[in-house]
Design a protein around this ligand. Structure first.
Ligand code: NAG
Ligand code: NAG
Ligand code: NAG
Ligand code: NAG
Ligand code: NAG
Ligand code: NAG
Ligand code: NAG
Length: 257
């Protein structure tokens, strides 16, 4: 009996092995952005934040090791300008300071574009993002720029009708100018939704005709995509837990839902 390896023992062993392989530096995440990051004001999430951080309110599993603070300060409808003007940015900064004060390595993601594109050319967003990066660094935290989650609006030929490209490109440019980490969620989300096709992509919509916001399944998928991009950008440094099945589906263009 002693040599009998049960499935649950094996699963426990793998779990312990993966947890003990996680980094020991305590890390916190603070999310900054618009509704495509925000957790939404009704149970279904608006953006990828709940799938990344997890939410007990919506029963969404986290992509992070248990106990990892992940605070979503993103705001529905925000541009880089309105986010500062309405006080949201000050909330993000004080949240970051709070995590740093606990002695934690603190990563702050910044993703804008969906609303900025409605009011100004990309350079306006870029200038505002530059100020944000510098202020986050001045506090002692690490900014991580994220390109906009794609909208799930397709041409008849199955490709994405992409209006966000110039804002994604601007985000990439700022990351290069300032030497920040960059997660190219825009390119990766386009590749994935084109692979799974319009019907499966639209099943991730918060409402059937809302190609911008995500339901709970959508936040699980794109929260995992974000977690994987984050892990690839900081190899082995962050308390990101694996989800091999969902990662397989994402990297092979298979619809999970
Ligand atoms: C959204 O995030 C805020 C800040 O972390 C939190 O207070 C709130 O409970 C979250 N809501 C949901 C539905 O997850
Ligand atoms: C950038 O911030 C300025 C204020 O500093 C504001 O006037 C401008 O509209 C903002 N740009 C965007 C795209 O929000
Ligand atoms: C944000 O905080 C700064 C510094 O305390 C303050 O000057 C500014 O008025 C605040 N912004 C808003 C919109 O409350
Ligand atoms: C798909 O259709 C759009 C709109 O007509 C067009 O701009 C694009 O080049 C097409 N892409 C392919 C791969 O055929
Ligand atoms: C994170 O990256 C490390 C190093 O590349 C890898 O060993 C690990 O499996 C990755 N974890 C996840 C959750 O993808
Ligand atoms: C992966 O995709 C398959 C096929 O749609 C699905 O049955 C499975 O539940 C997915 N796995 C995860 C972990 O999402
Ligand atoms: C999420 O996917 C599950 C399994 O396919 C399905 O039962 C559920 O209705 C989906 N939820 C939403 C909000 O579409």
């Amino acid at each position: 009996m002693l040599h009998q390896v049960t499935v649950s023992n094996l699963a426990l062993g793998l779990l312990l092995a993966s947890v003990s392989a996680l980094p020991r530096v305590p890390t916190s995440f603070v999310l900054i952005g618009d509704s495509t990051t925000a957790n939404g004001t009704i149970p279904n999430s608006g953006g990828w934040g709940n799938g990344f951080c997890g939410s007990t309110l919506t029963g969404t599993p986290s992509s992070l090791a248990p106990g990892t603070p992940c605070i979503n300060t993103a705001k529905n409808g925000a541009t880089t300008g309105s986010f500062v003007a309405d006080g949201s940015w000050n909330i993000s900064l004080s949240t970051i300071q709070g995590e740093l004060a606990k002695g934690r390595r603190t990563l702050a993601t910044i993703q804008f574009g969906h609303n900025d594109m409605k009011i100004a050319p990309p350079e306006s967003m870029g200038a505002n993002m530059t100020v944000m990066v510098n202020q986050i660094r001045a506090l002692g935290a690490e900014p991580v720029l994220v390109t906009s989650l794609t909208r799930r609006t397709f041409f008849d030929n199955g490709t994405i009708q992409d209006l966000l490209g110039p804002w994604a490109d601007e985000t990439i440019l700022i990351s290069q100018q300032l030497g920040t980490h960059l997660l190219d969620l825009h390119a990766n989300s386009i590749t994935y939704v084109e692979a799974i096709g319009p019907d499966a992509a639209h099943r991730l919509n918060r409402l059937p005709d809302d190609d911008t916001h995500l339901n709970n399944n959508g936040t699980i998928v794109f929260g995992r995509m974000l977690a994987n991009l984050m892990n690839a950008s900081f190899p082995g440094q962050l308390p990101i837990i694996p989800n091999p099945g969902l990662t397989f589906n994402i990297t092979h263009g298979i619809a999970s839902f």
